[in-house]
Design a protein around this ligand. Structure first.
Ligand code: SAM
Length: 286
């Protein structure tokens, strides 16, 4: 489904409780300026006051995306989750704070707005310290991490360094930024990282200023990625099916999307909508 403008009550509660998606002062400072200033703050107390959603600029579609992902995962103590492209987003700290073991796999590449000007390892470590969380950052693409893990020797030798299996692999607004061949390799790694009952939970941007809405193949941020193709690469079945709102499915209609824009959470400045979708292993595989 495409993220809606109207939020269910539980999504609104999530955002109120966690100060998502802009952090405590986001409303006062505006969504772009605060992240820049917040990153300069050193005091743990001040960081805690601002909250984990203060350290990167966020699209307004995140008002729906973060609570939707959290609602799919239903965070609880001991759940193992891996995020692809977690950047400095607040959701990883929220999930960790709620007891999940969170791994953020992000090489911190330029994804369209310029190179990162931070040291991600240092930044995630200081946010972990301030929030009392334990997010594990792997600053590399997933295929590299998996290859490293496979060659990392015995479990006794490397202990916690081994990745193990996850209950969820999730990703928020990242896959559309990754070049197709790299994305294919990334998606191919995912099934082997999942427990039999494991699921993939994704939000994937849908840009209305490029193909299939216009003839332009890509924009500053990336491309529209077929959700059907993602399912095929994962070799998993789509859940939460709304094929009419899922790019790549026969039922998908640009005219229907355009005529419904008023109901969707729409980031008009970037011509961006957010598709929310999940996948599970096929019954026969479990
Ligand atoms: C728009 S940001 C992610 C936003 C974040 N997930 C959130 O919730 O706001 C895109 C991220 O994708 C990351 N990225 C780019 N190529 C990647 C790859 N091959 N694997 C994983 N992450 C990648 C970038 O480093 C960047 O941090």
């Amino acid at each position: 489904m495409i993220a809606r403008k109207a939020l269910p009550d539980e999504f609104r509660l999530f955002n109120d409780r966690h100060r998502a998606p802009y952090g405590r002062l986001g409303v006062v400072y505006g969504r772009y300026s605060l992240a820049r200033y917040a990153r300069r703050i050193r005091s743990d107390r001040a960081l805690r006051f601002l909250g984990p959603y203060s350290f990167q600029a966020n699209s307004p579609t995140r008002r729906f995306e973060y609570p939707w992902v959290a609602n799919q995962i239903k965070p609880q103590v001991g759940l193992r989750v891996l995020e692809i492209g977690g950047a400095l987003s607040g959701l990883q700290f929220t999930l960790s704070g709620l007891g999940c073991e969170v791994h953020n796999v992000d090489p911190f590449y330029d994804y369209g707005s310029g190179a990162y000007k931070i040291d991600p390892v240092h930044e995630i470590a200081r946010l972990n310290r301030a929030f009392g969380t334990n997010v594990v950052l792997h600053q590399m693409p997933l295929p590299e991490l998996v290859a490293q893990d496979l060659h990392s020797g015995t479990e006794e030798e490397f202990g916690d360094a081994r990745l193990g299996k996850f209950d969820f692999v999730y990703s928020v607004s990242t896959l559309e930024h990754i070049p197709k061949d790299e994305l294919q390799k990334t998606l191919a790694c995912v099934p082997s990282l999942l427990k039999d009952s494991g699921r993939v939970v994704l939000t994937v941007d849908l840009f209305t200023n490029i193909y299939p809405f216009t003839t332009a193949p890509s924009n500053q941020w990336g491309t529209n990625v077929s959700l059907k193709w993602i399912g095929e690469m994962l070799e998993m079945e789509m859940e939460n099916e709304v094929p009419g709102e899922s790019y790549g499915y026969e039922e998908f209609s640009t005219d229907a999307i355009k005529s419904n824009l008023g109901h969707y959470s729409y980031n008009r400045g970037d011509s961006q909508l957010a598709q929310c979708i999940s996948y599970r292993k096929s019954i026969g595989e479990c």
